[in-house]
Design a binder for this molecule. Structure first.
Ligand SMILES: CC(C)(COP(=O)(O)OP(=O)(O)OC[C@H]1O[C@@H](n2cnc3c(N)ncnc32)[C@H](O)[C@@H]1OP(=O)(O)O)[C@@H](O)C(=O)NCCC(=O)NCCS
Length: 355
């Protein structure tokens, strides 16, 4: 069943969740994709309404959690705070010791629902603002932006956020999902497995690349500087953030959708600056590394998503934590699969030579 959660053809650039192409999935609400990943099939209308209602009903965080959020340092990456707080909230979950499928599902709903609230609350507190309580009438994406900014997002912003969460939701046995699965394979609880995923996602070679892309865009400043920057990086044998992938040896289909979305946002805001800068970086990387050197280094999921965050005024310190909001459904789908197997993952050390 684990193979079934996600399918990637890295040569053809195909990605499917539960055998459905990502280009189709991206048109659905995030809640439907979360349900699909965890339950194995798309929900019927009534099932989706019930699942969304359960998620919306679990978005609130309690006073003790808010107290810990207030105790976090103000200038840390939101992932630091998120990792600490997800670990902290497990003790309030009445189902913590219930590892039945029903108990695990209730924990899953709480995790998926509360993580956006934690990220938004931390960000507002860190910026001297009061947290904004969730609005149960809004979608996962719209509600997150509302809690973050304290105003309802435009239709396009809400749509882009939903799609961002969907495109980030699952990607087979990537490093953080592997970590989560290893933890679940010991029959440790779901909170511990999600904390493992968060710890691994944080690294700059994984989810942390998105924040680095945003910093790079700032450093480059405008499209005219992009070529020189990329040539210097290549000359120094440095990696260009947001490019390359262990599995994709062609365009990452998520990157292609993110590129279209960032263009849509740029046009809607009447400001092509960041889009043009990103495209100039992409053109130079593809010319220098793909065309001249034959290396399959194309934009990955983190490149144009970083551009989107620039247009949505989302700071780099939030980029990886937002990735985690989407990815938690994928981690949970894999953990449930692993719980069913009841078998510990214990690779041998020689296998590391192949990593
Ligand atoms: C994602 C990544 C870790 C995959 O790593 P990998 O499969 O181990 O690939 P390698 O690091 O072995 O790279 C293979 C070659 O391509 C080059 N390369 C890979 N990614 C590159 C990048 N982003 N910029 C420039 N060159 C890159 C490597 O230098 C290497 O060249 P060499 O054969 O001359 O030594 C790697 O591409 C990377 O670090 N990318 C930047 C970080 C990033 O965006 N991460 C998010 C991933 S979704």
């Amino acid at each position: 069943m684990s193979k079934n959660i996600c399918f990637i053809d890295g040569l053809e650039g195909i990605l499917k969740y539960r055998e459905i192409d990502i280009n189709q999935l991206v048109e659905l609400p995030y809640d439907a994709i979360s349900y699909l990943l965890i339950q194995g099939e798309l929900p019927a209308d009534q099932e989706l309404a019930e699942y969304s209602a359960r998620l919306h009903g679990e978005r609130e965080i309690n006073r003790e959690v808010m107290d810990v959020i207030r105790m976090c340092k103000l200038d840390i990456d939101a992932m630091e705070a998120l990792r600490t707080i997800v670990s902290f909230i497990s003790q309030f979950d009445p189902d913590l010791d219930d590892s039945s499928p029903e108990g695990n599902m209730r924990k899953a709903i709480r995790l998926i629902a509360k993580i956006p609230t934690i990220v938004a609350a931390y960000y507002r507190v860190a910026n001297g603002k009061d947290p904004v309580p969730p609005d149960a009438s809004l979608s996962h994406g719209a509600n997150f932006l509302y809690m973050l900014k304290g105003r309802k997002p435009s239709e396009l912003e809400a749509e882009v956020m939903e799609k961002d969460f969907i495109l980030s939701a699952e990607h087979e046995l990537n490093a953080s999902t592997f970590s989560s699965r290893v933890t679940a394979s010991t029959l440790s609880d779901l909170y511990s497995a999600v904390v493992s995923g968060l710890c691994t996602l944080k690294g700059p070679l994984h989810g942390g690349a998105r924040a680095e892309v945003m910093t790079m865009l700032e450093e480059i400043g405008n499209p005219g500087n992009a070529e020189k920057y990329v040539l210097e990086k290549i000359g120094n044998r440095d990696k260009i953030m947001g490019f390359g992938h262990r599995v994709y040896k062609t365009y990452d289909p998520r990157g292609t959708i993110f590129k279209q979305l960032s263009r849509q946002l740029a046009e809607a805001k009447g400001d092509m600056h960041w889009y043009d800068t990103a495209e100039a970086i992409e053109n130079t990387v593809v010319r220098e590394l793909v065309e001249k050197k034959g290396k399959p280094i194309y934009p990955n999921v983190d490149f144009y998503s970083g551009v989107i965050y620039k247009y949505m005024d989302i700071p780099p310190q939030l980029a990886t934590a937002i990735f985690a909001i989407g990815r938690v459904s994928g981690w949970i789908a894999h953990c449930f699969d692993q719980y069913e197997k009841k078998k510990i993952i214990r690779p041998r050390a020689f296998m590391l030579d192949e990593c």
